[in-house]
Write a protein that binds this ligand. Sequence first.
Ligand SMILES: *[C@@H]1O[C@H](CO)[C@@H](O)[C@H](O)[C@H]1NC(C)=O
Ligand SMILES: *[C@@H]1O[C@H](CO)[C@@H](O)[C@H](O)[C@H]1NC(C)=O
Ligand SMILES: *[C@@H]1O[C@H](CO)[C@@H](O)[C@H](O)[C@H]1NC(C)=O
Ligand SMILES: *[C@@H]1O[C@H](CO)[C@@H](O)[C@H](O)[C@H]1NC(C)=O
Ligand SMILES: *[C@@H]1O[C@H](CO)[C@@H](O)[C@H](O)[C@H]1NC(C)=O
Ligand SMILES: *[C@@H]1O[C@H](CO)[C@@H](O)[C@H](O)[C@H]1NC(C)=O
Ligand SMILES: *[C@@H]1O[C@H](CO)[C@@H](O)[C@H](O)[C@H]1NC(C)=O
Length: 673
Amino acid sequence: MPPHLPRLLALGLALTCAGAVTVNQTASTYTFANDRVSFAVVKSNGYIRNLIFDGVSVLGTLSGNAGQLYTDFPSNGFALTGASEGKVVQGKNYAGIVLTDNDTATGSLVQRSWFLRDGETGLHSFVRLAYYNDTPKGALGEVRTMFRPNGGPWATLVTNAEQWAPTPGAEAVANEVQVQDATWYLGLTPSDAYVQQESDYFTKYSFADNQTNKAHGLYGQGPDGTPIGAWWVVNQKDTFFGGPFHVDLMVDGIIYNKQSTSHGGATSPNITNGFDRTFGPQFLYLNRAPNARYMTYCQRDDSTLLSTCDLRSLHDLLADAEKYADPSWNAEFYDEIAPYVHGYVPTRARGSFSANIQVPHGATDVIAILSANGVHFQVCSIPSHLEYVLKRHLQDSAADPSAYQYWVTDARDGVVNIDRVKAGTYRLTVSASGIFGDYVQDSVEIKAQRNTHVRATWVPESAGTELWRIGVPDKTAGEFKNGWERDTTHPRQPSKYRIFWGAWDFPNEFPGGVNFTVGKSDESRDWNYVHWSQYGPTYTRNDTVTDINRWTINFDIDTHTARRLTSHSVVTFTIQLAAAKTTAGNTDADQGAYPSFPINTYVNNETDPLSWTIQPYESSSCGERSAISCHLLTKKFQFPGTWLKEGANQLVLELPHAAPVYVQYDALRLELQ
Ligand SMILES: *[C@@H]1O[C@H](CO)[C@@H](O)[C@H](O)[C@H]1NC(C)=O
Ligand SMILES: *[C@@H]1O[C@H](CO)[C@@H](O)[C@H](O)[C@H]1NC(C)=O
Ligand SMILES: *[C@@H]1O[C@H](CO)[C@@H](O)[C@H](O)[C@H]1NC(C)=O
Ligand SMILES: *[C@@H]1O[C@H](CO)[C@@H](O)[C@H](O)[C@H]1NC(C)=O
Ligand SMILES: *[C@@H]1O[C@H](CO)[C@@H](O)[C@H](O)[C@H]1NC(C)=O
Ligand SMILES: *[C@@H]1O[C@H](CO)[C@@H](O)[C@H](O)[C@H]1NC(C)=O
Ligand SMILES: *[C@@H]1O[C@H](CO)[C@@H](O)[C@H](O)[C@H]1NC(C)=O
């Protein structure tokens, strides 16, 4: 034990005073306080209760697990023994606690730590998970740290500056009708604020965000009428899995900080001997706007909608929280506490990365990602079916669950700067809206306290003359009908994809399935965000519609192009998917009637389709979970030019008939060489 750590004193006595942070203990709790924030840590399990901010009880009263701030493991990848050992640590202007739950029988270790600084109104949090046992433990699955109030001042769920809504009221919840697991119809209470403002349906997935999120949380009004906020500030992204597109951080009354999930297309790693990862820091931030007026909601019949609402305090408090979502914020403090936070990578073990990538003409919203070497950025470790192949192709260590990830979005002109990168070997991926495929470069070495610079030209993939494309290649299905499209019937005007899919009745909107004509149809109107094999039942329909599994693309070939359709010419058909769902759902497991399924493409009157089989480990419950981008997949088919002809041509995209599966297209393209 470092010499300056205090010894724990007798029960009930003040331990010590570090700057203005005091630490006491009772028989069952440790208590921490600075001038504005105080809380108790339960000795047996490390849960936090009685969190008081400027005199306001922000977690409310204890009821079961509610009324607390804690980490849990819904997939049982890890568990607490209930015998956490707490060590209080104190420095000049801070105090903290490291809770070690060491299950020596199984070799599993859960270590959680919390730190409170003088002058700050929030808690810094880390979670370490380690496993030392020769018997593999299985998938990590979901790990989440939750701010889970029971009561308190909260009235509004805030995902980001755009997506927020009132929390459904007690009467709405009492009258809810379940329409899917974790999804409810609330329309039986039409005067409820949530129903008025947002939707007839409620699911936490409507309030999910991808990992570009800076802060998400709850907004409300303190007893004195002052606007108040509680936020998970995502100040560090490097220890999450799945990259920028991974969707799951969310708020539904609880504020979740998801360290690991298999939702939204991310895979969680298999836990094997030696797994040891420290997630964090993350900051649970509390703020108030003493001089602001509490926001009142806009009225449903107010045609000017948002402009008349007083959103100032909500947006002010969110913006205040977001400004801490910066990896360099508090870096010196994190270096100071690093000796107590096993696995935290201090500044001296980090380097920086810069790049000048010449991006293709037409590329917008350029994203650069550093992630596990040798594999797609959505893969956190090598799936066993690829292990053999990858180990042969990669000389050095391939992807492993200790890999960190970094990214910048909106890398204009391909100029990339990423600071505080853990030393190691990475894959660089550059992607952009408007461009099929990615730029990928493996074995980028980051050295501690050095900058690594990459200069490269991204030559976009091409297979000849582009005959047509449908959709914008941007790794989402957002541009299609019911995607980012707004629901203008509710004042909050949520993007439709965020709302339970049963609200957008596909068989009514597209009887018989999509029939799209290139050059005539409009992808935001005539192509749906989900290609369902079957549809229903939903709250508004009792039947299951099955004659919608075949979608048609009509296109014309002009005389000039037709001359090039010889037996030597090659047509390339590219399908980029933003998601596909088999009956594996989010499990990756070989389960259900369709653990895998083919997408067949019929070209004109050819009898044999071009067939692509979606595998269980490629599945994600994306659209059903109100997501627009999940496990990304790409397929290219080639066929002879003679399969096409001058004049009217047709591709039919077919999913299995009457199967509980679907896909979400990112973009499609036909090229001729
Ligand atoms: C700790 O005890 C001291 C002395 O009794 C008291 O002044 C202080 O408020 C207590 N702090 C907490 C966090 O309970
Ligand atoms: C957990 O227990 C194991 C076995 O007793 C021990 O080797 C290890 O050091 C302990 N880890 C911590 C962090 O206490
Ligand atoms: C992430 O989500 C935000 C907010 O919904 C959106 O604006 C952004 O385009 C998304 N980014 C990625 C990389 O998916
Ligand atoms: C995890 O282990 C299972 C069972 O051995 C295997 O099927 C799966 O591919 C593994 N996944 C990863 C990501 O390694
Ligand atoms: C599909 O659209 C084309 C072009 O508008 C039209 O000729 C054809 O009849 C439509 N097919 C169906 C089944 O509606
Ligand atoms: C569905 O069936 C139930 C039970 O028969 C009935 O009460 C309800 O009105 C039906 N709903 C629709 C939309 O047809
Ligand atoms: C398919 O075959 C039918 C019957 O021979 C023909 O009329 C039609 O034009 C063909 N369609 C295409 C797209 O080749």
